[in-house]
Design a protein around this ligand. Structure first.
Ligand SMILES: Nc1ncnc2c1ncn2[C@@H]1O[C@H](COP(=O)(O)OP(=O)(O)O)[C@@H](O)[C@H]1O
Ligand SMILES: [Mg+2]
Length: 410
């Protein structure tokens, strides 16, 4: 680790460490020549391929110009390692902000960020040689004090036809973050623009629900076992998320890339349409189902989430997969042999439309409150007493009448 005040290249003075990864670190530094703050990304790897990959990241970024991307101003190697000098982006990354907040971000805010990132992805994906970021996740998105979101960390990016490209089909270095990576990337089956759309949708899902989305391998294993998709639609996790937004996320997180939006521009368009669409009118009064408590009968068995799912056959070979970790980038292939390639995974069923909770009618003979029952009993007692007194009086009068008639006759 570089100490505060360390001078690199007789130009960059280290101020503090701002990020640390497996392969190096990122420092805030002062560029003494231009008298401005910069970010110094250092890598300590000596392995040829990783060394070249870092150089590749520098050269790729140096040629890009977009408000949501960092500009690279220098790249060099010295005794402390290999360095990349970038614009310093103030602020925190979205994962840190989410953890500090402890609850989902407002939908409008997330859609605003998503619009900025999709514009950046459209720019990257439409370069003469398309650039695929391949590691979009909340940790790699920084929010500036002005509310701009910046996409960082092109360490895994693919986008050059040159032999320097870090990811090649044979003997290549794989890298991905399990919760955010699409199946084709985890399996090393090749990535394209739609791989970034999957990772972005998974990122937005996390920001909108404050929960991590189910990872692609676990989902693929469920599909193969004819089990429901463990990815719960975002609007079911957080009712503030409009079902239309949830639908775009589910489509971008389709296991097979052919089920996803065709481009960043079309995904952007899909989100914009969800904003312009008027809210669906409230259901008519007679269609509103009143909630009730359903008490299970003794010995009742819980149903699976979807009743259409057949019960698992005991004899069937079951696939299972436990992802290694959620947030960190994995730089080694971890492809379970039991999962077939993404192209063989059947598409997930469309997310269910927003259905109000299914309810049963209120029971007709609901128990009366105690106080009411007490009053009723009291009223009955008075009636009985009244009747008794009336009958007694009638009998008395009748006897008196007989006595008078008897005495007159005598
Ligand atoms: N240009 C920058 N300006 C400010 N902070 C940065 C910059 N680049 C990276 N960081 C910080 O350093 C952390 C790690 O950087 P990143 O490029 O993601 O490297 P890693 O490969 O270790 O994940 C980021 O999460 C971010 O907080
Ligand atoms: Mg990173």
């Amino acid at each position: 680790m570089l100490a505060r005040g360390t001078l690199i290249q007789n130009r960059y003075e280290v101020v503090q460490l701002i990020g640390k990864g497996g392969m190096g670190a990122v420092y805030e530094a002062i560029d003494r020549r231009l008298n401005c703050t910069v970010a110094l990304k250092q890598t300590l790897v000596t392995e040829e391929k990783l060394f070249k990959a870092f150089e590749h990241e520098a050269q790729m970024l140096a040629n890009l110009r977009h408000p949501a991307l960092t500009r690279v101003s220098d790249h060099f190697v010295d005794s402390s390692g290999q360095f990349l000098v970038m614009d310093f982006i103030p602020g925190k990354d979205l994962e840190t902000l989410l953890e500090e907040r402890g609850q989902p971000f407002p939908v409008d805010q997330v859609l605003h960020w998503s619009d900025q990132i999709l514009d950046a992805l459209d720019y990257l994906h439409t370069q003469p040689v398309p650039i695929i970021h391949r590691d979009i996740k909340p940790q790699n998105l920084k929010l500036t004090p002005r509310g701009e979101v910046i996409l960082l960390d092109f360490g895994l990016a693919k986008g050059s036809a040159s032999p320097r490209s870090r990811v090649t089909s044979g003997g290549s270095i794989f890298g991905y973050t399990p919760k955010y990576a699409p199946l084709e990337q985890i399996q090393g089956m090749g990535t394209g623009p739609q791989s970034d759309l999957y990772a972005l949708a998974a990122t937005l899902y996390r920001l909108l629900t404050n929960t991590s989305p189910a990872d692609a391998l676990s989902r693929a294993a469920s599909v193969l076992n004819e089990q429901p998709d463990p990815l719960c639609p975002a609007h079911e996790v957080n009712p503030q998320v409009p079902p239309a937004v949830s639908k775009v996320l589910m489509s971008a997180m389709a296991l097979g890339s052919e089920g996803r939006p065709t481009s960043a521009a079309s995904m952007r368009q899909m989100f914009q349409e969800t904003r312009s669409r008027p809210a669906s009118p409230p259901p008519a009064d007679d269609q509103v189902l009143k909630p009730t408590v359903v008490v299970p009968a003794p010995g009742a068995v819980a149903l699976p989430r979807s009743e259409n799912v057949p019960p698992p056959e005991p004899a069937r070979k079951r696939f299972s997969y436990t992802p290694p970790y959620t947030g960190e980038t994995v730089v080694s292939p971890a492809i379970p042999p039991s999962i077939p390639p993404a192209t063989h995974i059947p598409p997930m069923p469309a997310p269910p439309a927003a259905v109000p909770p299914r309810v049963a009618p209120q029971p007709a003979t609901s128990p009366r409150p105690k106080r009411k029952r007490y009053r009723q009993n009291q009223w009955c007692a008075w009636v009985v007493i009244g009747c008794g007194v009336s009958i007694g009086l009638a009998i008395g009068l009748f006897l008196l009448f007989l006595v008078i008639v008897g005495s007159l006759a005598a």
